[in-house]
Design a protein around this ligand. Structure first.
Ligand SMILES: [Zn+2]
Length: 167
């Protein structure tokens, strides 16, 4: 099964938001990779740390906006009821995507916790930690919903509409 592609998102607005989300994710990974090459003694370290925090905030905002849209609009579910095979593929893709997003959220929250402990144990650090924790919990909830929906569909052919989609 190929990973979901941007082209498979049919709503133009969701597609635009997913592009922004993907760009923000890439920028965050770049900022993180750069920071790893700089030692804390280096004068550029604090600017690189700040750049990563900024990239993380942008990523969190892009992710929130994307999920708020698809939750409101249900535009990832347009294929449902068109054809059972297509529906099963779509639900499987949603589940795999949610799993990847959960794994990303786990990695990010671990890094934030590590960063907050290492760099400064301030109120900012505490806030970043709580935000990362919330994102991780939400990502887990979405993964759990996607997994349940997929497995219910495979077993029964029924599409489960769950209120937690609206989060
Ligand atoms: Zn949409």
């Amino acid at each position: 099964m190929a990973p979901p592609q941007v082209a498979q998102v049919e709503c133009a607005e969701a597609r635009r938001l997913l592009d922004e989300y993907s760009d923000a994710l890439k920028a965050f990974h770049d900022a993180r990779s750069l920071l790893r090459t700089i030692s804390p003694a280096d004068p550029r370290f604090s600017a690189a740390t700040q750049a990563r925090e900024n990239a993380f905030e942008k990523l969190a905002a892009a992710r929130r906006t994307y999920w708020a849209h698809v939750g409101e609009h249900s535009c990832r579910l347009v294929a449902v009821n068109r054809d059972p095979e297509e529906t099963e593929n779509r639900l499987r893709e949603d589940m795999l995507q949610a799993r990847r997003e959960f794994q990303d959220a786990v990695t990010q929250s671990e890094e934030i916790i590590h960063m907050a402990r290492d760099v400064r144990a301030t109120a900012d650090g505490q806030m970043a930690r709580e935000m990362a924790q919330r994102m991780r919990e939400k990502a887990y909830d979405r993964y759990a919903v996607a997994l349940k929906r997929f497995s219910v569909f495979v077993r029964t052919g029924q599409f489960l509409d769950m209120p937690s989609d609206r989060r």
